[in-house]
Design a protein around this ligand. Structure first.
Ligand SMILES: Nc1ncnc2c1ncn2[C@@H]1O[C@H](COP(=O)(O)OP(=O)(O)OP(=O)(O)O)[C@@H](O)[C@H]1O
Length: 250
């Protein structure tokens, strides 16, 4: 059987000794071919989780198998087939968009790289500013470039931290369609941290609700709506964020 996209066991991160962990015993198994959402209020532990899944941050305890590879011992085998985008990581700003994509294409050893770049420039509508320095772009334009960069190596596992945060509604909508198409065409798994409930409802097969670094609930958007007796995920999120138990919510 194919290994899951992510197998996470007891993942914990304590930044300050003696303080409460930022991520506290997180365990889940995410299959390939699905998009999952990581939801939670500010400080819930989403970015810390993603940084550990990528091997950028060493966990205090627990383990991550990404595409079957242990991130503690066999990280590079996994990273070649993973990618990510985060609003907190800037692209080299003096390089043009196209140069940026070439740099990352080389890093990942992308075959037929110019064709791959041309496809991504078309897919994310980067043509108008492909030859401008990345540092001169608007936040929304940078986000689209970051997503193109995240797909350069056709990853089997894609981790996205707030992928559409700076996009206007129309652009956000077609970026979501592009992600959905990518998943459907390649069978990739996508884990996205988001504050956008409509986005999560539209894209995600399963949602992990984080609070204080722990999963406080999980399920498909439809199952969570039914469980909390709500019409949209925003209301479910508020119920959980404000600590209302299910019984009180009903
Ligand atoms: N480098 C750090 N050193 C110490 N504490 C940190 C560090 N980074 C994050 N934290 C703390 O860890 C907790 C989780 O933060 P994290 O950034 O993972 O949350 P988040 O869910 O991504 O939040 P947001 O929605 O605000 O981006 C917070 O209490 C935060 O203050």
């Amino acid at each position: 059987m194919e290994t899951p996209a992510l197998l996470v066991e007891g993942l914990t991160k304590t930044y300050t000794p003696g303080a409460r962990p930022a991520v506290d015993g997180l365990s889940f198994t995410m299959p390939r071919g699905e998009t999952w959402g990581l939801l939670g209020g500010n400080g819930a532990g989403k970015s810390t989780t993603i940084a550990m899944l990528l091997g950028l941050l060493v966990p205090s305890s627990g383990r991550v198998l990404a595409l079957g590879h242990d991130m503690a011992t066999d990280r590079f085998a996994a990273l070649a087939r993973m990618n990510f985008s985060s609003p907190y990581i800037a692209l080299p700003h003096r390089l043009t968009v196209r140069e940026n994509l070439r740099v990352y294409g080389h890093l990942y050893g992308v075959p037929e790289m110019e064709r791959r770049i041309a496809d991504l420039v078309a897919e994310f509508d980067l043509g108008d500013f492909a030859d401008r320095p990345a540092g001169q772009l608007s936040a929304g334009q940078k986000t689209r470039v970051a997503l193109a960069k995240a797909l350069i190596n056709t990853p089997a596992l894609l981790l996205l931290d707030e992928p559409t945060a700076s996009l206007d509604p129309d652009t956000g909508d077609w970026v979501r369609s592009a992600l959905e198409r990518y998943r459907a065409e390649t069978g990739a798994a996508i884990l996205l941290a988001s504050h956008n409930m409509a986005e999560v409802e539209r894209l995600c097969a399963n949602v992990l609700m984080l609070k204080g670094g722990r999963v406080v609930d999980e399920g498909s958007p439809a199952a969570l709506l039914a469980k909390y007796g709500r019409d949209d995920l925003e209301e479910v999120f508020l119920d959980i964020a404000r600590g209302r138990e299910r019984a009180e919510a009903l």
